[in-house]
Design a protein around this ligand. Structure first.
Ligand SMILES: Nc1ncnc2c1ncn2[C@@H]1O[C@H](COP(=O)(O)OP(=O)(O)O)[C@@H](O)[C@H]1O
Ligand SMILES: [Mg+2]
Length: 261
């Protein structure tokens, strides 16, 4: 992989779920060091796209490359690749019986042979990076929503992954906590030299930190460009999404509606 090899590259990808194409003709390059926002209404396939990057879902057509190589299908190679990808999934996934420090240390326990005091030190550094060094010995129930999200973020960073993937990092957070999380994502990306992909329907909170924005709707990419270009777009699909209008060319939750009917 050379310096200008995209960290993530999708070429003509189709992704199926439950025997149905969720996304078609997806082509996307994510350059090293960038923050890319993948935007779209709920049910548009954002989490499905992430599942293809982590190798949880194999593409039905096309190519998915991470770190310049196809996402492996073989279990061992896939686990190895995943060590390089920090994932903050919807919901924090913290274990309630473990302290903050123990939660953050889990990936280090699982994937390294480092002695306990070294793990403890690395955990302190990760907690420091998210501004929570003092919270090491608290339990998840003692944390606010924003703090719990930051602990999950520290855990995703535990193995120093060059690529970070965030699935709806603002869900359930108030505006102040949302601002804290977004600026933290930006600061970590820039100071640690990461590449970040943020999947979200929170356009207005995400645009200030993103260098590139992709909008998915109706089963494909309907916009790809800078946040300024997104703001200026006159595409009816894009405008409908940005303005949160229920009626327009985007078939919002079309499947859910027809199933409910
Ligand atoms: N495991 C699955 N089996 C069948 N359909 C699924 C599965 N996961 C997601 N879907 C469907 O795929 C579509 C996209 O879902 P998802 O990627 O979760 O959307 P988003 O993250 O943008 O809200 C939805 O219609 C959803 O119902
Ligand atoms: Mg989702």
């Amino acid at each position: 992989m050379t310096a200008d090899t995209p960290i993530v590259r999708l070429a003509d990808v189709r992704l199926d779920r439950g025997g149905r194409a969720v996304l078609r003709d997806i082509s996307l390059d994510v350059p090293r060091g960038s923050i890319t926002a993948v935007l779209g209404p709920s049910g548009s396939g954002k989490s499905t796209l992430l599942a293809a990057l982590t190798g949880e879902l194999a593409p039905a057509a096309g190519k998915v490359e991470v770190f310049g190589k196809p996402v492996p299908q073989a279990k061992k190679a896939l686990l190895e690749m995943r060590k390089g990808v920090g994932v903050l999934l919807q919901g924090n996934g913290l274990l309630t019986d473990l302290t903050v420090a123990e939660n953050v240390g889990l990936p280090l326990q699982a994937h390294t042979d480092l002695p306990k005091p070294v793990i403890r030190r690395l955990v302190e550094m990760k907690l420091h990076a998210v501004g929570l060094r003092a919270a090491a010995d608290l339990f998840p129930r003692e944390l606010s929503g924003g703090m719990a999200r930051r602990v999950a973020l520290a855990r995703a960073l535990a193995l120093d992954p060059p690529l970070m993937i965030y699935d709806e990092p603002l869900t359930g957070l108030d505006p102040i906590a949302s601002g804290v999380i977004m600026s933290l994502i930006k600061r970590l990306n820039d100071t640690l030299g990461l590449t970040s992909i943020i999947v979200t329907h929170h356009v207005h909170e995400t645009m200030p930190v993103a260098g590139h924005a992709v909008v998915i709707a109706n089963g494909g990419i309907v916009f790809s460009g800078t946040p300024a270009q997104l703001e200026a777009s006159t595409d009816p699909l894009v405008k409908q999404f940005l303005n949160g209008e229920p009626d327009g060319p985007i078939a919002f939750d079309a499947v859910a509606r027809s199933q409910a009917a």
